[in-house]
Structures are given as C-alpha cells and as structure tokens.
Design a binder for this molecule. Structure first.
Ligand code: CDV
Length: 319
C-alpha cells in the first residue's frame, strides 16, 4: 500500500512590529482550519512565525529583544495552535524565537503531533548576517546578535503522521542553502524536510549586485537540489510581503524527490498550498543514483568537516 501524506505549506503574510502574537496565532489557526477542510495532515508554518522578523531591528541592549522570544512552548498565547492540532487532527511545524530556562537564545522550529505533543525540535545552525550594527546596510540582519548557533545538530524523527509513519527533519531558512545540512538529514533517511524562511526581496548587504529575480531562483534552486540529491520531499514556507517596510519574497514551495515543484504560493499574503506526497517516490533516488551506501566516498570528503573557510589551491609552476 502506498504511503501518502497530504502536506500544506502555510505561507504567512507580513506581521508588523506593532502586532502582538495573538494576531499571528489567530491567522495560523484559520490556516489550520482551511488545511483541515482540504484534507491536509501536516501543516508547515514559516521561520519566526509568531512575530515580525525582528533581526532587522537593532537594539543596543540585547535583553530588550526578549519580548520577541518564547520562554514556554506552548504558552498561553500559542496554546490555540496546539488546541487546533487536536481539534483538526493535524500536525504542524512552527518556527519561533526560543529563550531557554537558563537564558540561551535560539532560532528554533518544532514539529508537533496531532495530539499536541512536541515530536522534534531543531535550532538553526547557519545564522546569516552580523552581530554588530552595520552602518553600510539600509536594513540590518542581526541574527548573529540575537541568536546562538543551534546545538541540536540536524535531527530526524520517524513518527506517525496522517495515518502513516515517516522520517521527518527540519532546516531553518539560510540552512537550505547549505548542502551539508541536507546531506546530514539525507544520511538519516529523511523523507520530508520542513523549512521555514524569511528572505528579503533585496540583498541588503551592499557587497554587490544581485538581480531581484535571482533571489527567488536561488531559494528554489537550493530547495529543489537539496530534495533531489537526498531523495526527499521538501516543504519550504515563507513569510511574505512588506513587513516593517521591508519586502519578503514569499514563493513558498512543496518539492518532490525528483526536485520538481509540486505546488507554489503566488500571493504575498496568508496562503495555503497543498500536495499529496507519495513517499514511495523517495525509493528511486535512494536505491539508484543517490544510494549512499553504494556510492558515497567519505574518505574523499575530509575537508567538509575539518575546514571552515576556503583555502587557495596550489599554484601551477609550469614544467
Ligand atoms: N532568515 C534568513 O536566514 N535569511 C537569509 C537571508 C539573509 C539571505 C536567507 O538565507 O534567506
């Protein structure tokens, strides 16, 4: 019998700085209701889905950012999401800013079962941006200021969801651009990768020109190649539209193990796109071209784990 799960990419429109969590949560509950009506069994929300993408704002005193963080999950404010999961018998993936009991700060995502249990937690490893205010940038990207590097690796869990069992893992935003992250998930036989993102339409780094349309292309290229090279489905879900005056590009997608886009959001607002994912499709890649056991050559990959920055090659000296 085929293993099919219906997944929903629940893109969120902008959440302004002045808006409270209850507004975002109410919008997400409405998306879960719509997802349920459309037969979705697992709904995926974006990175930092409860607030504005606050790393664009510089706060001199880092502690002043704490109101953007969750110190409990669920909390009174996020409990309606867990209640909706139980009411609609639907799992969900949520990105949020986490403050631990002992005061650590992470950019985190959780996978929640239809019974409202947290099945898996992931903390973002690849934090883009900078730690100090950058006067050259029109818009800041201060993830390195507000978050610590995730300390949970790239975990995968096999768990029941929507009447089947499947292997699920997570990436967060910038992680999707790093093939190493996908491969660590692939090496755990992941079948569905969930990835929330907040990506500005413009490259604000002032380091050179990047054409507007290539921003979306690079995002899709990363997700499609990650899915293909690891024979997995992927759901990449954006926050979209103009948030605190800064445009985020949306274009959420669901991708199959051939790297094909099965569904794509077209608005810059709250939008649900869905796809029936037949997990048997993972078999072709992982038993042929990406049969890791047969073809990987880790003895040739030492640089991947022993080196961080690029080195210069040896220079040819002629004969
Ligand atoms: N939230 C992110 O990680 N955004 C990055 C931006 C800064 C490029 C991304 O990779 O989409």
């Amino acid at each position: 019998m085929s293993r099919i799960i219906t997944v929903g990419a629940a893109q969120l429109g902008p959440i302004q700085r002045a808006e409270g969590r209850e507004i975002a949560v109410a919008r997400m509950v409405r998306l879960m209701e719509r997802a349920h009506a459309r037969g979705v069994e697992l709904v995926v929300f974006p990175e930092l889905a409860l607030t504005t993408f606050f790393p664009r704002h510089y706060l001199e005193n880092i502690a002043d950012a704490d109101p953007w963080f969750e110190s409990a999950m669920p909390s009174n404010e996020t409990a309606p999401l867990f209640a909706a999961a139980r009411r609609y018998n639907i799992g969900f993936h949520l990105g949020y800013a986490e403050r631990t009991e002992d005061g650590h700060h992470y950019n985190t995502a959780i996978l929640v079962s239809p019974a409202g249990e947290i099945l898996l937690k992931y903390r973002k490893v690849h934090l883009p941006g900078h730690a100090a205010f950058d006067p050259k940038r029109a818009v800041q990207h201060l993830e390195k200021r507000y978050f610590e590097v995730g300390n949970l690796g790239f975990p995968v869990i096999r768990a029941p969801m929507g009447g089947i069992e499947l292997n699920m893992g997570m990436l967060i935003c910038n992680d999707r651009r790093w093939p190493e992250a996908w491969r660590v998930l692939g090496l755990q036989s992941v079948e569905l990768v969930m990835c929330g993102y907040n990506t500005p339409s413009l490259n604000q780094s002032a380091a050179g020109f990047e054409a507007h349309h290539l921003r979306v292309f690079h995002s899709h290229l990363s997700v499609q190649s990650g899915a293909y090279q690891n024979a997995t489905f992927a759901v990449a879900v954006a926050k979209a539209g103009t948030e605190d005056g800064c445009e985020l590009f949306g274009h959420s997608i669901i991708v199959n193990p051939q790297g094909e886009i099965m569904a794509q959001a077209t608005s810059w607002d709250d939008e649900l796109v869905t796809a029936d994912c037949n997990l048997d499709m993972c078999t072709l890649g992982r038993t042929t071209i990406f049969n890791f056991a047969a073809h990987r050559r880790p003895e040739a990959y030492a640089r991947i784990t022993s080196q961080v920055g690029a080195e210069q090659p040896e220079v040819w000296q002629g004969k």
